[in-house]
Design a protein. Structure first.
Length: 366
């Protein structure tokens, strides 16, 4: 009986020791394309392919003829006036940004055991790797996309808001109305001069009242002067173009066409002059990539896969004029590299990956 008791005690002690033994930290990362089953008990991430977004800001200027423009020289001695309704467009600025989308040829699965950092993945909303156990904020990947907006046309610019007095409105001819309006402009100028020269018997009580009165008189004069010299209104809008470059991209793709009369038009609309997108990739030196020779029974584990992105120069050319040049890094133009597996096998490691290019940014202890 005593021997039986000792045997049971020994078995209990051995069982207790076995339970207390920690599970070893092991991590292995595999290419999903090489797996038979990548949908069960797995963590999947994608490396990014880099998309280029070109934001083009254009300016539209509308020149509107004033109803009294023929009398500008005679009644106000002004010759610099708008003589015809006209619309002019110009490219104001170009901005180049990049963002990452999942590269379907670079999807990986992580398997692990123990207390490794491997399961604490940071992914974008589309599943692109942004880090492991890091403080990544998904808002960092958001880029605003601009679409074509309806801007006012010549017909929307008018003079209906001009506050005309009764003497102007009762005139029966355009010439008489123009003369009365010119006289009113001279009266406004005379009144403003008196305020500035303090030539009134009763003056405003404070400086702010002076400013308000002068500002209103200036506004009134400007509105009436526009009846002679015309109106010039300027509006701006921004439109975005996304380009997904690959190894087959040409150097002189038409991004869009631009007309000084119509603004941005479709790339097939020959009424506009072509604006070209040019990409010149830099020839990098790839890292040696030889097959791993495995001995029989040897366990080979991969660590986290990331990109060594390639560098390229982007040029935006309006006909023959360079309007924008910028260097960018592209994930799909680089090389995929694997970290040592023991990096992720630590339980306090923090890794940051650039979600636009897939490049390694940092490895730290938390």
């Amino acid at each position: 009986m005593k021997k039986l008791f000792l045997a049971i005690s020994a078995a209990a002690i051995l069982s207790s020791c076995a339970v207390q033994q920690p599970v070893p930290n092991k991590v292995n990362v595999q290419d999903v394309a090489q797996m038979n089953n990548a949908t069960s008990n797995t963590l999947v991430y994608s490396l990014p392919a880099t998309v280029i977004r070109v934001n083009v800001e254009v300016e539209k200027t509308i020149n509107k003829v004033g109803p009294f423009y023929r009398y500008s020289q005679k009644m106000l001695n002004v010759s610099d006036v708008v003589t015809e309704d006209k619309v002019e467009w110009k490219i104001k600025s170009v901005n180049i940004e990049t963002f990452g989308v999942p590269d379907n040829s670079k999807r990986y699965s992580i398997s692990y055991s123990g207390t490794a950092s491997a399961p604490f993945l940071n992914l974008t909303s589309s599943g692109v790797l942004a880090g492991v156990n890091s403080d990544f904020n998904n808002a960092e990947c958001y880029l605003k996309k601009f679409t074509a907006a309806d801007l006012p046309g010549v017909e929307d610019v008018n003079f209906n808001d001009v506050a005309m007095i009764e003497k102007q409105l009762v005139k029966t001819s355009t010439a008489a109305m123009a003369e009365e309006t010119a006289n009113y402009i001279y009266k406004i100028r005379k009144r403003r001069f008196k305020i500035l020269a303090s030539d009134f018997e009763q003056l405003p009580p404070d400086g702010q009242s002076y400013e308000v009165m002068v500002r209103e008189l200036n506004k009134l004069e400007k509105e009436h002067m526009e009846l002679f010299v015309g109106k010039t209104e300027t509006y701006t809008m921004t439109r975005s173009f996304d380009i997904f470059p690959d190894k087959m991209s040409t150097n002189n793709d038409v991004l869009f066409r631009f007309s000084s009369v119509s603004g941005i038009v479709d790339k097939m609309d020959v009424s506009g002059a072509p604006v070209y997108f040019e990409l010149e990739a830099e020839e990098g030196t790839p890292l040696p990539d030889a097959a791993v020779v495995m001995e029989k029974g040897q366990e080979v584990r991969n660590g986290l896969f990331y990109n060594r992105p390639g560098k390229a120069t982007i040029k935006i050319i309006d006909k023959n004029k360079l309007i924008k040049e910028q260097e960018v890094y592209l994930g799909q133009y680089g090389q995929v590299v694997s970290m040592p597996s023991n990096v992720l096998e630590q339980d306090n490691v923090s890794i940051r990956i650039n979600p636009k290019t897939g490049a390694l940014q940092s490895i730290e202890r938390k």
